[in-house]
Design a protein around this ligand. Structure first.
Ligand SMILES: Cc1ncc(COP(=O)(O)O)c(C=O)c1O
Length: 385
């Protein structure tokens, strides 16, 4: 997108993707004089269907927007009141304030956990593929990841038993165990019995991070949230975010829930660079159950409709419990992502070794019809003739 050539191809593709009245033909656009990137039309980003980062396409609730606007008056302050966000999170989960750590996104909590626990013991154990930043942060701490492959034969399930074996075999070196439930990028849950088995089998002194970024979307009787393990006093750190269901990705707020001893060890590594409005927005989001229920149902309805259509076209789709799904496109994902981009649609990156599986975030109905139109154009039928 930085070179004039790629921008020209992109604009031409975008014009073709938008099609119809009012859009200039691709040829005319590609022949237009080049502008510097800084002069790019401000609404280019707004025209894209953003199905690459698992954001909530519906935006934050009215109550959240109101709370954030009212808190904008603290923009000029350092020591502003915080809206009682820590207490609100603690009350929401039925834990004490001493069990809560805040971050500018849950990504910060993952980083803080790596910074805290990996310098002592230099290995992290987790599934692969998963939310890879956790391994990236580990590498930055000069730690090493034992990445346990998902089990293809079980629909790309997380191999909990293998994770336990690997941890026990390397017991002295492992500083952290990580799971993501439901897992990103597959959207598949780790059933409650597997989580229980993991927690019961990992030696007490090795903390387990359970990343529940997509927890709010799950509607599956096999699933259970993991805060209960913190309440049982187990060495578990549950991470949650306001970036997904609460639709505050651009505002940056997440948190961890853990036993006080773990929180006390992590606090020195946290930055606390969280803005005033999002703290108020977070408090309002925790209270807005009606919004959450609406978005969960909407996400499920749109996701199920699109995935059914793809299956009817002959494509293999992984059943998902989250706000994204994977479809086996039977070609390398990298070039396909670029092809979608040319047509104004951002879709997920490659998640090795699932190189032919495309991750698609569930957008609005309009965005998903655009996606389906382009998908059919680029890939056609999946039926073997
Ligand atoms: C599984 C998972 N965990 C954590 C994050 C980090 O999100 P944030 O830092 O916005 O809370 C993401 C973001 O996509 C994610 O998919």
């Amino acid at each position: 997108m930085n070179s004039p050539v790629s921008r020209r191809r992109f604009l031409a593709g975008l014009a073709a993707a938008l099609g119809g009245a009012g859009t200039r033909p691709a040829l005319e656009l590609s022949a237009a004089p080049q502008r510097a990137d800084t002069e790019r039309p401000v609404n280019t980003y707004d025209t894209l269907a953003k199905l690459a980062s698992n954001e909530n396409p519906h935006g934050p609730s009215e109550a959240v927007k109101k709370a954030m606007s009212e808190a904008a008056k603290y923009a000029n302050r350092y020591m502003y009141p915080d809206g009682g966000i820590v207490e609100a999170i603690a009350e929401y989960h039925g834990v004490g304030s001493e069990n809560v750590i805040l971050g500018a996104g849950s990504g910060e909590i993952l980083k803080v956990a790596d910074d805290t626990f990996l310098p002592e013991r230099r290995k992290i154990v987790g599934p692969s593929p998963t939310y890879e930043s956790v391994y990236l942060y580990a590498t930055n701490s000069n730690a090493e990841a034992f990445e346990v492959p998902l089990v293809q034969a079980r629909g790309y399930a997380v191999d909990i038993r293998k994770m336990i074996t690997v941890t026990l075999q390397n017991y002295r070196d492992v500083g952290l165990v990580y799971i993501c439930n439901p897992n990103n990028p597959t959207g598949k849950i780790i059933p409650r019995n597997d989580v229980r088995l993991l927690v019961d089998s990992i030696p007490d002194e090795i903390p387990i991070v359970i990343d529940e970024a997509y927890h709010h979307y799950v509607d599956n009787p096999q699933y259970e949230e993991s805060i209960r393990y913190v309440k049982e006093g187990r060495n578990v750190i549950v991470t949650r975010t306001f970036s997904k269901m609460a639709a505050l990705a651009g505002m940056r707020l997440g948190y961890g829930i853990a036993p006080k001893e773990l929180i006390d060890r992590m606090i020195p590594f946290a930055l606390y660079s969280i803005n005033a409005p999002v703290k108020y927005g977070g408090v309002a989001a925790l209270k807005d159950k009606a919004f959450e229920n609406r978005v969960r149902e909407l996400n499920k309805r749109i996701r199920d409709k699109v995935t059914k259509e793809l299956v009817e076209l002959g494509w293999e789709v992984l059943p998902s419990d989250a706000s994204f799904f994977m479809v086996n496109v039977r070609r390398d994902v990298d070039s396909l992502v670029e092809d979608f981009h040319q047509k104004g649609i951002l879709v997920g990156r490659k998640f090795p070794p699932m190189n032919e599986w495309l991750r698609v975030s569930v957008g609005t109905e309009v965005e998903m019809s655009r996606f389906m139109r382009v998908f059919k154009e680029l890939l056609g039928t999946g039926k073997k003739i």
